[in-house]
Design a protein around this ligand. Structure first.
Ligand code: 13P
Length: 266
């Protein structure tokens, strides 16, 4: 049995004081359930404070991104050792808000503020390997944009992203990776992917892992669904055989909603 993992991606939200208030409220609401991994990913600036506030709780900490070098002249970047230093155990990479979608015609590339960070399959692989090399658990996001879904490319896009992410990663390391299937059209839109379809695509991710790293790794790898997960749709999604958890955006900023999703996973 794979242990469900519910992770809250707080994105660009919260001062240190707000992050502390949110995690304090969350601690009070969360059930004690050792059968679910609960992770919060605050902004980098709040990691130290949230780490100090969660030391004696079941809440674990993750970073929202990682740079693939350990140190040096890389202005603005955060490395694996820095994340570890802040108490992180997990780190997200390949989020669609960071992957470049250059060359994608309108209307999908509508927001020139989002998706300008230029992550691509190559850098996502470097980041995933940097996470593993530092002993961090990668949460690697994959998923199609709306036009790819509408033109029947979902399965191919997701397969390609998974294969690229796992380049030069051993089967043993692969077994520790968490994938997050986040259909881009479902993120922050309130349009949740139907549970059957989310489960089907998570099954494709698992089959792709099996083809690269073998059945044992595919069986062990945990796959989250992300995109408009809320307490009222969580149970349906989390009850599916290939969905081992959720990567939660908006609802993770409300302690009661995030706790509700954790309860649905348990
Ligand atoms: P929402 O839950 O706000 O749709 O965001 C999902 C997400 O991007 C998590 O990484």
């Amino acid at each position: 049995m794979r242990k469900p993992v519910i992770a809250g991606n707080w994105k660009l939200n919260g001062t240190i004081a707000e992050a502390l208030a949110l995690v304090t409220e969350l601690k009070a609401l969360l059930p004690t359930n050792e059968n679910v991994d609960v992770v919060v990913c605050p902004p980098f600036t709040a990691l130290g404070t949230v780490a100090a506030a969660t030391t004696s709780s079941a809440i674990q900490l993750g970073g929202q991104d990682i740079f693939f070098r350990q140190k040096g002249a890389y202005t603005g970047q955060i490395s694996g050792p820095m994340l570890l230093d802040c108490g992180c155990k997990y780190v997200i990479m390949g989020h669609s808000e960071r992957r470049g979608r250059f060359g994608v015609p309108e209307p999908d590339f509508t927001d020139d503020v989002l998706r300008v960070f230029g992550d691509n399959d190559t850098t996502v692989n470097l980041k995933l390997r940097a996470a593993l090399a530092n002993g961090l658990i990668p949460i690697c996001c994959v998923g199609e944009i709306l036009s790819e879904r509408e033109t029947g490319q979902t399965d191919d896009v997701v397969r390609k992203q998974v294969i690229a992410a796992l380049k030069d990663v051993s089967p043993e390391e692969t077994a520790t990776v968490i994938f997050a299937y986040e259909p881009v059209w479902a993120i922050g839109t309130g349009k949740v992917c139907a549970a059957d379809e989310a489960d089907r695509v998570c099954g494709i991710i698992r089959a792709t892992v099996a083809s690269i790293a073998g059945d044992a790794a595919a069986h062990a790898v945990r796959i989250q669904y992300g995109g408009s997960v809320k307490p009222d749709n969580a149970q349906d999604l989390l009850g599916r055989p290939n969905i081992d958890g959720a990567l939660v955006g908006g609802a993770s900023l409300k302690a009661a909603d995030f706790a509700g999703i954790v309860i649905a996973a348990g």
